[in-house]
Design a protein around this ligand. Structure first.
Ligand code: NAG
Ligand code: NAG
Ligand code: NAG
Ligand code: NAG
Ligand code: NAG
Ligand code: NAG
Length: 457
């Protein structure tokens, strides 16, 4: 089953496409989050609530703390130049005379035992994903038997280089965090900003989206290594990030002992998220917890979203509905998520936004019909623990699923989901992920929300 998740990225990639949409419940206005400030609403508190996310100008100049010595743990001469940090990631480390000729995907290194080839993206087990990742060749020069003639340096750097790729799934938030950002944090936080990022596979919108985060990790602008005509020279280089587990970090193995809690702190600082801890009474000056419903436009839609929002409002939740996508204004969306105490959504990449939730907030993953526990566990249930988010699930029964209308009651797909799983990922994806929408039972929803409220601090 190990390829299943790998290819799972294809489905959430399709979510929605307009700018981020936030629906202010009952006010019936659909506006961007920023505009929501000006939306006329029957809730007089709405404008005030937005203050929770006011920007503190001082944050800009503050960098995240340095947690360890620079690069020390990173270079162990007894290890091969390139080695696996897990089944999912290979990483190379070298010290010496290093010349990066990005335009030709070559890194000239002296001394180096032999030529190596590597793809700097933490998804080695997934051939489909790796196809989109550019391969770099490490070329030895200067040794007795080396024949390569390295190019002359046109830019000399005194800090180490860190080369990575945004990968083929850029834009799927789950993959952005799992395959790129968490491993990047694990591998570079301890440099304390003294590192030059070389990024391959750049898409401008993607780079723009995460630049605030990169700025926290490096005090230099990211170099687009695929399209740069310079020869950049460094005293050391790291290629590819360390991977521990999906959206997780094993502090026993991370430089400086960093944890996911440190990563969340970094995000809070990057996006100026003020709320550290969730609360049963919501943010200050509110008297109820906020429920954020993560909406989806194509597959796995909530068919009764408005009714759900209404039921939640009756259960005394302050409700927001939002759908993030590639072009969502990240800082604002992050602040919206951070303002929530409970976040709920059908299994999909949008739930990755839990990285912005305050501690002890509740994530409710709505699990579509079809025996998908294993998928929902590895993607969000297990990571939630590391994130200090309380995890709950809402299992969709057949009665709540649109599959009921597609197939007769005794259909193979409805009676034997695990046998469908045996046919492989494409079958699972087509039958249970792409073609299913859900209509939640409002009584069950209200009960679930009550339970969530009771878990909140
Ligand atoms: C997000 O970006 C990916 C990669 O470019 C693209 O395939 C996908 O369609 C985009 N999604 C949206 C919602 O625009
Ligand atoms: C970049 O590399 C390609 C071939 O790999 C070459 O055709 C092109 O001239 C190079 N560009 C520059 C400016 O060196
Ligand atoms: C160079 O190649 C020769 C012959 O293959 C070998 O004996 C020698 O050890 C090599 N030297 C180095 C420094 O690798
Ligand atoms: C970079 O450093 C090397 C070695 O010190 C020197 O020969 C070269 O001129 C420098 N290049 C630039 C562009 O500063
Ligand atoms: C959802 O289903 C899984 C698998 O059957 C089960 O382990 C879990 O307890 C269920 N959760 C709820 C809240 O019913
Ligand atoms: C909705 O859920 C409640 C509580 O779980 C249950 O008693 C009721 O039968 C469900 N309603 C429908 C229409 O399935």
């Amino acid at each position: 089953m190990k390829h299943h998740l790998a290819r799972g990225r294809q489905e959430p990639r399709r979510i929605g496409n307009a700018a981020m949409v936030v629906t202010m419940l009952l006010s019936l206005c659909v506006l961007t989050y920023i505009k929501a400030r000006y939306c006329s609403t029957p809730f007089p508190k709405a404008a005030e609530e937005m203050e929770v996310v006011e920007i503190d100008e001082d944050y800009d100049s503050t960098r995240y703390k340095i947690t360890g010595p620079i690069g020390e743990e990173d270079y162990d001469p007894s290890r091969p130049t390139c080695y696996e940090t897990s089944k999912r990631s290979e990483r190379c480390a070298a010290v010496g005379d290093i010349r990066v000729d990005g335009n030709h995907s070559k890194i000239y290194i002296s001394p180096l035992d032999k030529e190596w080839k590597t793809k700097p993206y933490a998804r080695r087990h997934d051939a489909v994903a790796m196809d989109d990742v550019r391969e770099f060749t490490l070329v030895p020069f200067g040794g007795a038997n080396d024949t390569a003639v390295p190019p002359l340096c046109t830019r000399n750097h005194s800090v180490p280089a860190f080369l990575f790729s945004s990968g083929g799934f850029a834009g799927n938030l789950y993959h952005d965090y799992t395959d790129v950002l968490v491993p990047l944090f694990t591998s570079t936080n301890h440099f304390g900003g003294e590192v030059q990022f070389l990024l391959s596979g750049i898409k401008d919108w993607w780079l723009d989206k995460f630049t605030p985060l990169f700025r926290q990790l490096s005090r230099f602008d990211v170099i687009d290594v695929d399209n740069d005509q310079e020869v950049h020279c460094f005293p050391r280089i790291f290629i590819g990030a360390t991977f521990h587990r999906a959206m997780g970090i094993d502090p026993a193995r991370s430089p400086g002992g960093v944890t996911v809690a440190d990563f969340k702190r970094l995000l809070r600082r990057t996006f100026r998220l003020e709320r550290a801890v969730a609360s049963r009474t919501g943010a200050p000056r509110r008297d109820k917890p906020r429920l954020l419903i993560i909406s989806r436009k194509s597959s796995r839609r909530f068919l009764n979203e408005r009714a759900m929002a209404h039921a939640a409002a009756l259960a005394k939740f302050d409700v927001r509905i939002a759908e993030p996508d590639n072009h969502t204004d990240m800082p604002n969306f992050a602040r919206l998520v951070n303002s929530a105490d409970v976040m709920m959504g059908v299994h999909g990449a949008g739930l990755t936004n839990m990285v912005f939730l305050p501690s002890r907030a509740v994530l409710i993953q709505v699990v579509p019909f079809g025996g998908l526990e294993w998928l929902t566990r590895v993607t969000f249930k297990d990571p939630a623990k590391d994130m200090d988010v309380n995890y709950m699930e809402y299992n969709v029964s057949l009665d709540e699923s649109s599959l009921r209308e597609l197939y007769p009651r005794d259909h193979f797909y409805l009676k034997h989901p695990y046998d469908v799983h045996k046919k492989g990922w494409d079958a699972i994806k087509t039958v249970y992920l792409d073609k299913q929408n859900v209509r939640l039972n409002l009584t069950k929803l209200t009960n679930t929300l009550e339970e969530a409220r009771n878990i909140l601090p």
